[in-house]
Design a protein around this ligand. Sequence first.
Ligand code: GUN
Length: 280
Amino acid sequence: MIIDGKKEAELIRNEIKKEISELKKKTAKTPSLSVILIGDLAPSKIYVKNKEKSAREVGISSKIIQYPKNVSEKDVLMKIDELNKDENTSGILVQLPLPNQISKEKIINAIHPSKDVDGFNPINVGNLSSGYKSIVPCTPLGCLLLIKQVEKNLSGKHAVIIGRSNLNGKPMAQLLLKENCTVTIVHSKTKNLQKECLKADILVAAVGVPNLVKKDWVKDNIIIIDVGINKVGEKIIGDVSFDDLRNKAKAITPVPGGVGPMTIACLLKNTLECFKAHQL
Ligand code: GUN
């Protein structure tokens, strides 16, 4: 089975759109998302544009605040402070990566946890790892929703996550632990990647190495979620050798059309949640 992330994301966006329209009737208010984009990296510009377009389509007002790549850290921090205090801003996102003069740690810490639609602020990270209510990073949340489309009960399953980033690997591990999976995180210093991957009932690949996972790396009947977005020539390919595995896996996400659309749908979901929390 090929997991259709596009279709799943559309269902989520439709639900969000409906809820926003109902909330608008009741409160005359709608959610709003502010996206800070620094510099002119082509992928970041594309991601941000897609986020803004998708937000508008579901009724979230969205603005992009653009800075040149030599902007000072202080100017960005001042803008975040202003947005934190602004009653009309439900969610704040600073697109990563950042230029060298700007500390990612300071920026992420500056975003108020209740407006942190990325779920990167350590307060949200801490709440997630404690099993408390928190805003969950969009990509791993999207991955979990796709896994649960295939299998509702994940209890006791062995999940192997390739990659230990704050954006994907670590929050993914927390989410799968909450689902009672046995979780292994493997990374660039892991001794025998293949041996670890062969234990997986569920594999989430988020390393950015094109076609790393091959047929002899996994068991039959596995669920494979490919977070990789690697540009090879003119093509975008994942971390998993899709053609090798599409007939071996029980379910697998394609790239593109798998995790990507879910990331944006979950961003919209998080923005709506932030909006609702601020209305209480
Ligand atoms: N850059 C790549 N992925 C992401 C993401 O999920 N959020 C932000 N803010 N920047 C990113």
